[in-house]
Design a protein around this ligand. Structure first.
Ligand code: M6R
Length: 604
């Protein structure tokens, strides 16, 4: 969740690290800090609040040096204050450390270290690491880091600097770290955008690996000190993809990127002649009896749409499990179960552990991901890349529509392979899938009307989101978008559930957003919406252009173009995203970095 950057080389290390942190601030943003190594010790500056506070402090006190480490924090242990910000430094300033993750046995270690005379200066779990390294240090920093890490339980990505050495020692267990190779310089970061300006050549550190970064190169070992090979990858996307490029917010840029993202997601995977999708899977579709989708947040709502698609098109029984529950549920899965992990970042710890749990029980595994080289990608039998490009806004948008589209291709492929879809049915679906980029572009045209509706939502006490069938998931996704970036309370229900309780909430200050595209149950939805209006509730309906089945049941219609029902979540995602975006802007919220959240949730 935290952002980590480290640099060893001839450039001004502070500049390299601060610029990298700026590109990682989406990961966590409640405090930031930097340590620069000098032979006499480390000079450290830390500030609570956003990175800007640290940058302002650095303007007053510039810190130059040839190697530096920096961190943006998302607090777990101890409030986001200056003293709890990283780096943590020993009393004599000789060792400095930054950490992402949670050290689970920190309490016991802290008590022992206190007893041995170590003085703690923060409330964090991370600080035990710097004292353990100080205790173990005998002239060789990587030896000391390995010795320290052998005593800890939990998750970590750590970067350690010692005043005696022109090197950084880094290590990983569960939390991500990417290493970068330049000419006479090396880099480490939590994510690629932090270092992409300097190099495209990277290695993804693996669990249990410890690496030493020097200007001339990088060497790795395991925790026992045995040498390890690092695979070098080349990043094939450009930094502009992770920049705002004139847009006021990353979220808006990413919403408008969706037509192109869908072109990339579909790429050359569809065949009109065979009515099938080629996803390059090793899995034999006839070798499974059921599917379990594991994911968190928006990815789990994409999974809920995926369940409908897999059941309707491929006739495979499918369930969606919230990853943080599944991992502890002793799940009933076997070798004829396919566990599908869905994740934009590929680093969400709950999703990673959930898919591991499925694999431990003998299930086949597949991951739908947006991140090459991510932790989840290394665990599974098959991967489908959603090709959404870097998503920086904390609210997931383009990744969601790309995930749903991948599920549609998976359902098509399984449906064709298992005989649930005829050639003609497959061809119809291929044709409909190919229309998605244009349909999403069309839906974006509705922004002015959506912005006006959003201003009403911004004033609401609470907003109810409703949907039937595949749009139960759309309603959940719409409600999550609104609450996470505008802080307006929102809840989602299946439309037919209203009369079983939630309708008691309806009054003039509690509007309803009904996802009500045209379908066999539109008449029933219309009745439910009339029941809301009869109780003084205002109804905003996302409806199919030209369809009149709602029969005047909406106060405000936000129309989207007609599309096959099972694919409609891709199109209705646009007004749902824009409603949340415009409400957030109207309320003056921090759209891209909403309070209390982080983009990549690598702790439990
Ligand atoms: O990286 P992941 O897709 O695994 O992330 C899962 C959720 O944390 C994420 O979708 C979260 O709910 C977003 N903030 C929603 O906009």
């Amino acid at each position: 969740m935290c952002g980590i950057v480290g640099y060893v080389g001839p450039q001004n290390a502070t500049d390299v690290v601060i610029e990298g942190l700026r590109r990682l601030e989406y990961r966590g943003y409640d405090s930031a800090g930097l340590s620069v190594r000098r032979p006499e010790g480390h000079v450290t500056l830390k500030r609570s609040g956003k990175l800007k506070n640290l940058e302002d402090a650095l303007e007053a006190t510039p810190l130059a040096g040839a190697h530096a480490i920096g961190h943006t924090r998302w607090a777990t242990h101890g409030p986001p204050t200056d003293r709890n910000a990283h780096p943590h430094v020993t009393e004599d300033t000789r060792v400095a450390l930054i950490h992402n993750g949670i050290i689970e046995n920190h309490q016991a270690l802290r008590e022992r270290l206190n007893g041995a005379g170590h003085v703690f200066t923060s409330d964090t779990d991370s600080e035990v690491l710097v004292h353990l390294i100080e205790e173990a240090y005998d002239g060789d920093l990587s030896d000391a880091v390995r010795a320290a890490l052998r005593q800890v339980e939990g998750a970590y990505a750590v970067v350690v600097s010692h005043a005696d050495h022109d090197e950084l020692v880094v290590a990983r267990m569960t939390s991500p770290l990417v290493l970068g190779y330049g000419e006479g310089e090396t880099f480490v970061a939590s994510d690629v955008p932090a270092i992409l300006k300097h190099t495209r050549r990277v290695s993804y550190l693996q669990d249990g690996q410890v690496a030493t970064l020097r200007p001339a190169g990088i060497q790795a070992t395991d925790l026992e000190g045995h040498p390890q090979e690092l695979e070098i990858d080349t990043i094939d996307w450009d930094l502009e993809a992770a920049e705002k490029g004139g847009w006021p917010h990353f979220m808006l840029k990413e919403i408008y990127e969706q037509p192109q993202v869908l072109v990339n997601t579909l790429s050359d995977r569809l065949s009109q002649s065979t009515g099938d999708a080629n996803l390059n899977l090793t899995l034999d579709p006839s070798a499974i009896d059921r599917i379990v989708i594991v994911a968190a947040g928006t990815a789990s709502y994409a999974g809920e749409v995926g369940r409908t698609l897999l059941e309707r098109w491929a006739r495979i029984p499918t369930t969606v499990e919230v990853a943080s529950e599944f991992r502890y549920a002793n799940p009933i899965v076997d070798a004829r179960t396919l566990v599908v992990a869905v994740s934009q970042s590929g680093e969400t710890i709950d999703t990673l552990e959930a898919v591991r749990e499925g694999i431990r029980h003998g299930a086949r595994s597949l991951a739908i991901l947006n991140s090459k080289g991510s932790s989840i990608s290394r665990e599974v039998d098959d991967i489908i890349d959603i090709h959404a490009g870097p998503e920086i806004g904390v609210a997931s948008t383009k990744a969601y529509v790309a995930m749903v589209t991948v599920f549609a291709m998976l359902a098509l492929h399984f449906g064709r392979a298992r005989g649930a879809l005829s050639l003609e049915e497959g061809q119809d679906r291929v044709a409909e899938l190919k229309r998605l980029p244009n349909l999403v572009a069309d839906a974006l045209e509705g922004r002015p009307a959506i912005a006006a509706a959003a201003r009403s939502l911004a004033e609401a006490r609470s907003v109810l989101y409703l949907g039937r069938g595949v749009h139960v998931a759309s309603a959940k996704e719409g409600a999550l978008k609104l609450k996470e970036i505008s802080y307006v309370h929102a809840e989602a229900f299946p439309t037919g559930e209203m009369k079983h309780g939630p309708i008691a909430l309806i009054d003039a200050a509690v509007p309803t957003v009904a996802v009500a595209t045209d379908g066999p149950l539109t008449g029933k939805t219309a009745s439910n919406l009339q029941e809301i209006k009869a109780r003084g509730g205002r109804v905003f309906a996302i409806a199919t252009r030209g369809a009149d089945g709602l029969d005047g049941a909406a106060d405000v219609r936000l129309d989207v173009p007609p599309v096959e029902d099972a694919l409609a979540p891709v199109v209705v995602a646009v007004p749902l995203q824009l409603l949340a975006y415009e409400a957030s802007v109207a309320l003056g919220r921090d759209v891209d970095q909403p309070r209390n959240l982080a983009k990549s949730v690598t702790v439990e």
